[in-house]
Design a binder for this molecule. Structure first.
Ligand code: NZQ
Ligand code: ZN
Length: 380
């Protein structure tokens, strides 16, 4: 095992923590506050941010939608440049925080912004940024990843850069009280799949990473099973689980898959399927397709997470248990349940994967376009 690990994001967790904003951003900095479609105006989060920034010079940019597009984000980049912004604060879910990462990087780059997710521009510098999280799901609040879309071409691409890692993340579980049930389910499923992407590979005997991944999966399963009984502890546990699922720790030094995400992103870009729901469509089919190489870990997950008894078909029963978990949350595991056009979807997604250089995916680079096609044929 060999790895380098740091997570420099300061976490301010708990009720009332938005007030700590005032001390987290240097008082002499001009702040660009970025948010989405207005949920923060209805639930008091905006007011708390305004109160905390009373001694700061700040301006705002709103309207960053789900699956943020560079068409919208580039307008914020222009504001950041024109107003000589020093610090960017994202107040929202993964889409706003990912959007802020793009804005922060593009604000110090003179070329085309789309160069960034395309990898044509390697991000070395960015404006400093922080996050007030309102939807636990992506882990974006304390990682270096961002996923942005280009509406004009229906593309959705990810980029990673240490320069866009948030300086701090404020995580007050009370903000979740206004989340629609659909978004809460999405968050739970996204965090679950993030854990699986770093756990369901091959068994390298990494006791700490595997044990922590299993703890997260068990926590998420318990939260899913108790979805109807949401209280302060339920919200705090979901917020912390989703953060820990993608803050770099469980993936340090172990093989990682991410093929479900790469194929899922194409489904979102083309059909507008919510991010988490795109994963639930792809993952069971992908696990069955890759059962031989993932067998040992699927069996381990079956025993340690679902409490299943040993049997010859334990790996398959684990996949069935994952599917049953999604169904218990009313999450579809077939694209057709989203009115997707099957034949068209398979061809279009495979063509997009090819165009985006996703010709081999997965921990063994064994998911070729042929395999992706097989996976999609079962998934749509
Ligand atoms: O825009 P507003 O009005 O705020 O409404 C949002 C949005 O419509 C609403 N919402 C958020 N907090 C709320 C709330 N509504 C009521 N009360 C609150 N407290 O929820 C809707 C969805 O928000 P969004 O940010 O899109 O959801 P999520 O956090 O699931 O983010 C999904 C995005 O993150 C990317 C996905 O691809 C997708 O674009 N990902 C980012 C990752 C990363 N950076 O590490 C990893 C993930 O795998 C993922 O790919
Ligand atoms: Zn995800």
């Amino acid at each position: 095992m060999k790895f380098s690990y740091v997570n420099p994001t300061k976490i301010q967790f708990g009720q009332g923590q938005i007030a700590s904003l005032s001390a987290l951003i240097p008082a002499d900095q001009t702040v660009l506050v970025v948010y989405g479609g207005g949920s923060i105006k209805k639930n008091g989060v905006y007011d708390q941010v305004v109160t905390a920034l009373a001694d700061h010079n700040w301006i705002e940019f709103s309207g960053v939608g789900a699956n943020p597009t560079i068409e919208v984000l580039d307008k914020a980049v222009a504001v950041a440049k024109e107003q000589s912004v020093d610090f960017i604060l994202g107040v929202g879910g993964g889409s706003v925080i990912d959007g802020v990462k793009y804005i922060a990087a593009a604000a110090t780059y003179e070329g085309e912004g789309w160069d960034i997710p395309q990898g044509k521009h390697k991000v070395q510098t960015a404006l400093p940024l922080g996050a007030v999280l309102t939807l636990p799901a992506t882990g974006s609040e304390s990682n270096a990843g961002s996923v942005v879309s280009k509406a004009a071409t229906q593309e959705k691409l990810a980029f990673m850069a240490p320069a866009v890692q948030p300086k701090f993340a404020i995580m007050d579980p009370d903000v979740m009280k206004t989340l629609p049930q659909r978004q809460l389910v999405n968050g739970l499923v996204d965090a679950w799949v993030h854990t699986c992407e770093q756990y369901l590979t091959f068994d390298a005997g990494a006791l700490v990473q595997d044990g922590y991944a299993e703890a997260l999966l068990k926590a998420l399963k318990t939260l899913g099973d108790n979805f109807a009984n949401q209280d302060d502890a339920w919200r705090a546990n979901l917020m912390w689980s989703a953060n820990q699922a993608l803050n770099g720790l469980i993936g340090a030094g172990v093989a990682q898959d991410w093929a479900t995400h790469m194929i899922g992103h194409e489904l979102t870009a083309l059909y507008g399927v919510d991010h988490a729901r795109s994963l639930a469509i792809v993952q069971p089919s992908l696990l069955r397709n890759q059962l031989d190489v993932k067998k040992a870990k699927l069996e381990k997950m079956g025993k340690n997470v679902f409490g299943l008894a040993e049997s010859d078909d334990l790996a398959e029963r684990t996949i069935a248990a994952i599917e049953a978990f999604y169904h218990s949350l009313d999450v579809a595991t077939q694209l057709t349940e989203h009115d997707g056009d099957k034949a068209k979807a398979v061809d279009t997604v495979v063509a997009q994967l090819e165009a985006h250089g996703m010709k081999v995916l997965g921990e063994n680079q064994a998911i070729t376009l042929t395999k992706s096609r097989e996976i999609l044929e079962q998934a749509v």
